[in-house]
Design a protein around this ligand. Sequence first.
Ligand code: ATP
Ligand code: MG
Length: 445
Amino acid sequence: TISLPKGALYLIHKLEQKGEAYVVGGCVRDALRGVVPHDWDLCTSETPQQMLELFQDERVLKTGLKHGTVTVLLPDGAYEVTTYRVDGAYSDGRHPDHVTFTGCITEDLARRDFTINAMAYHPHRGLLDPFGGAQDLQDRQIRAVGDADKRFEEDSLRILRGLRFASTLRFTISPDCSASVHRNKELLNRVSKERIQVELSKMLLGDGVKEILLAYPDVLTQIIPSIEPMIGFEQRSAYHCFDVWEHTAHAVACAAKDPIVRWTMLFHDMGKPACFSEAEGVGHFYGHPAKSAAMAHDALRDLRMDHDTIRKVVQLVELHDLPLPQTERDVKRLLNRLGESQFYRLIEVRRADILAQTSSYRQERIAQADRALSRMQKVIEEGQCFSVGDLAVNGRDILAAGIPAGPEVGNMLHYLLELVMDQAVSNDRQCLLEEVQRKMRRIKR
Ligand code: ATP
Ligand code: MG
């Protein structure tokens, strides 16, 4: 049995004064897996109009009235309630042309994408599972409801949803469904880049992402053509015994579950094939981080990724091979350049990259990354100064000391920052102002 939250029980009780209602979809799947659902969706035989009447004393948002959905705000959370519906034809492979409401829950379950998502549950009547979702959950398997080809034809985003669920749940895709994914991947061309990006981001965060990247490289290149050269490209270097794509898949899966870090790992070596040259039987990839960063930029732009994420990923790809700072002084310089969270991510990126290699120096290189990390944490904990904003003086003080307004003010602040970071001067207002005077005297002379 599944124990429902108060709000869901209340809504079912209320809806069943007239009609019929269940909790449905992702929450049933997650509850049966023993995972606490992040939200509880309901479905009902009541029409949207009937729901609005029934809930006139509640706070209701008309989130998707045309599609039969209202959101009811209750003390323990927001609940989406949707009228049982049968989706009309999807002539563009994206949106149903129209939806038809129905009084039959089985018809509603039949329009859902995968069997594990096509179950409903009622506190008295129990589980409704016409497509064998519970068995597939046991078998840890993603299977389309009905004929996979037809379902992917109706809505091609389902191809990626399948990979996403396989990744996040660590499930496999059933043989039929998997063959259909490969067969229909070109249909992804008609799905908007934004929606693709959203699914891909979720997929990258899954525990099973390595297996998916390795099993469906063709689907990935369908969406991001520029990753194609990585697939099957042998590294021929001391650190690797995998091809670039295998290394990439490992690296993504090893990395912290931060979307920026995972996107970075996906792209960190993408420029390698284009930069490959061979000398004395050993492969070299001169300049590949810059090339990879440029390619990552274009790929993310194409996926309509937000600018902030693009900037951060590109920066990390660009720097991912840089020797990590080993002195406190260099840590502060890098902190100044990257900021705290990007610094932290760079360490994460390095750690994932090393873990996905077969270097004999692995232990040592991980220890190096850990040392850089603990030096960074020490700098932060001690409240040490690593940016102009941390200085005990500001631009106004510099002006007051007699530096004319203009770029010289910023230059002076940076000069002071260098001194403080090198511990040549302490970050004390009086000391810094004296340094300003000293420097001005030197300039005059
Ligand atoms: P989560 O919210 O944990 O990512 P979910 O299963 O709740 O997973 P949603 O995208 O919130 O996924 O969708 C809710 C339900 O609606 C799904 O469980 C599924 O039954 C159905 N559904 C969502 N998108 C589609 C689709 N493209 N085609 C068919 N059914 C879908
Ligand atoms: Mg959901």
